[in-house]
Write a protein that binds this ligand. Sequence first.
Ligand SMILES: NC(=O)c1ccc[n+]([C@@H]2O[C@H](COP(=O)([O-])OP(=O)(O)OC[C@H]3O[C@@H](n4cnc5c(N)ncnc54)[C@H](OP(=O)(O)O)[C@@H]3O)[C@@H](O)[C@H]2O)c1
Length: 436
Amino acid sequence: MKVLLTGATGYIGSAVTDHLTAAGHQVVALTRSAEPQPGRAWHAQVVGDTADPASLAGAVTPDIEAVIHLAPPSGDAGADTAVIEALAAPLRGTGRPFVYTSGVWVLGATGEAQEVGEEAPVNPAGIVGHRPRIEQRVLAEAAEGVRAVVVRPGIVYGRGGGIPAILVDRARQQGVPEYYGEEGVRWPTVHVDDLAELFVAALERAAAGTVWHGVGEPAVPVRDLARAAGRAAGVLAAPHAVPVEQAAEVFGPLFADALALDQSVSGAAARTALGWRPDRPGAVAELVSGSYRPVEVFGAPDGPETDAEVAAIRHLVAEVEHAQQNELVEQFLSVFRREDPVWTTGHGMRLSGFEEISAFTRKVLPGAMAESTAVYDVERVLFLRPGIAAVNVRQQPVLLDGTRIADRPEGRPFYILVKEDGTWRVGAAQNTVAVG
Ligand SMILES: NC(=O)c1ccc[n+]([C@@H]2O[C@H](COP(=O)([O-])OP(=O)(O)OC[C@H]3O[C@@H](n4cnc5c(N)ncnc54)[C@H](OP(=O)(O)O)[C@@H]3O)[C@@H](O)[C@H]2O)c1
């Protein structure tokens, strides 16, 4: 389909462009500026500004087979309604899809209810006060022969962006990870690439007059997200709950109230009815060892294949950390290659061969994490040749609550990894204590 996409330059719009294109659709991007944007996978670009609905007249030409409206509302109900009118009217009587982007904040705090669905009554946070009316205005187009659909994303993460990036920046600036409002606050979350796939599914398959929650994880404790954001920022400290009034001084009262919403929202309907399969790493994992922590990469070209290899290597190092923190001997051993691995410990003990490594691990790991443990972050990957990588890791000692042990030195593990049968494993590893 030839799809007019508003908000195409934005965080979600960039991912939606990629996934629409990959699914064989053509994106006509509606942008405020006529400036060409090289590198975007757009078929064409048209100029329009949603703050000036008249500028949208003519944007939906007869060859446009669908509209996805991602540009944010202005906050002026009249102007936002006029935008829907301008974008939807040319589709009337055609049965063509019009997908409007709302958000889970229209549900307000969900209270005791677990994983509320699309049928739940709205109770919008102040920042999206008139959005339910816009949703209704969009859905009413179903009676006019438009395949009108509403998508309500949760808190979007991934590609190093979105609201979680604000948590990372704040942790870096403040030297302590922050979250807002009460300790038990939870956010429904969705990976931006999973969400983009939902937009494609909604465009292709959703029935007229339907609403879909774009939610991968229904209720992630924001305290966990804050801790992970601290990790991404290199700040290993216990998260600090900032009262909403104080957060309002930083973000303004409306945004602060929204950040403090406790929500548990289900994205099950889209899985069942549209065949949506959100399968990207969860928000905490993405913050800890994904796109929010850039890795220096050498020896391989930029691109999705290298990104996938780096992600797999980070996954392996995350397994080392998880196995060690939880004293899981078998999982720890599974990261090593069977054939002649070698591991030199931080104290200089060289273990040669799988049997020696196995015997040492069985003796030392159980009980080793009773009082403290360590976190491992990949900092640099050098692909020596396809399937062989030299990896520099930063190891930091932490207490069991994740806070840095100030007076204990870091380690600088160095791994030679080998990819065999599609899986990266440790061929050789050396740890060095960083002194001074
Ligand atoms: N991010 C989330 O977690 C989240 C969650 C739920 C719902 N949403 C909703 O999803 C939508 C997209 O969010 P996002 O995070 O991708 O936002 P974003 O990164 O800020 O992108 C906004 C996009 O809208 C365009 N835009 C802004 N004002 C415009 C105007 N007056 N006329 C035309 N285009 C305009 C921007 O274009 P320029 O390049 O010209 O600035 C940009 O392409 C919004 O409606 C948002 O409320 C987001």
